[in-house]
Design a protein around this ligand. Structure first.
Ligand SMILES: [Zn+2]
Length: 261
């Protein structure tokens, strides 16, 4: 598993770009926090440049990642323009970059571009401080233009999807264990007649079975159990001898008539 440094751009007094309804620093922090937990469910380790609305310098971000020994650096941004520009693009450093860097960019880029529903502006290269100063393969994502209404709508309302698509790209590149899920509870197999070793029920199993039988009997007849026993039954306070006694009572009352369901 790998160490991912997730860098939501801007923060604090640096809002980044602003749209009509949102600020870049807030939009990317939401995606970043969600991306962190997604990657962690796949077994990766994640460190954030910021997890609150605070300012961190560009060099400070790269230094944090370098000091931590991150394997990969992912920077999250919203684009902005005074024109009607719209769309999605990713950046890697413009100088010589490793094959891993190009591959990381391509995998993340394609995972997002195929889903985000805005124009694909392409995989680009640019001399950017966080990319230049970080020692590991680094990709900067410009999800969409916060300055363009339809793009901003995605940045505000598709936080979960943006994080999911980004995580899918990262997992496609770096792999990851299957998210931890609760293992299915195996169906108890019915004991086979003749196999005496299987007939070793615990006292709680006996009580639970008896309680189930009594509840079903009561539902099938108009003869309720004695209130005091009924209360004990519902509270789970029956002892084994109580339970056996109740079964005798049920038989006496004719609750048990040998019919199957
Ligand atoms: Zn930015």
């Amino acid at each position: 598993m790998a160490k991912f440094f997730i860098d939501p751009g801007h923060g604090g007094h640096d809002s980044g770009a602003s749209g009509k309804f949102s600020k870049e620093k807030d939009n990317v922090l939401k995606v970043g926090m969600r991306l962190k937990s997604l990657l962690e469910t796949y077994g990766h380790t994640v460190k954030m440049s910021r997890s609150t609305d605070v300012f961190v310098s560009l060099s400070g971000r790269a230094k944090m990642a370098n000091d931590w020994g991150a394997d990969y650096f992912i920077s999250l941004h919203n684009n902005s323009a005074t024109t009607n520009a719209s769309g999605f693009e990713t950046f890697i450093q413009d100088s010589a970059v490793s094959v891993a860097t190009s591959k990381l960019q391509a995998t993340i880029h394609n995972a997002i571009a195929s889903k985000i529903g805005v124009r694909d502006r392409g995989m680009k290269r640019k001399n950017l401080a966080v990319l230049r100063e970080s020692n590991m393969p680094s990709v900067l994502i410009e999800y969409a233009f916060v300055s363009y209404p339809e793009d901003e709508n995605i940045l505000i309302n598709k936080v979960e999807q943006l994080a999911q698509w980004t995580a899918q790209g990262i997992i496609a590149f770096a792999g990851g264990g299957k998210p931890a899920t609760t293992p299915p509870v195996p169906e108890p197999s019915l004991p086979q007649l003749g196999d005496k070793s299987l007939y070793k029920p615990t006292s709680s199993a006996i009580l639970n079975s008896t309680a189930t039988v009594l509840k079903r009997l009561e539902q099938k007849t108009d003869l309720p159990l004695d209130p005091q026993w009924r209360e004990k039954l519902l509270k789970g306070e029956l002892t084994i001898s109580d339970a056996i006694g109740l079964l005798y009572v049920a038989i006496d009352r004719g609750h048990i008539v040998g019919k199957t369901e």
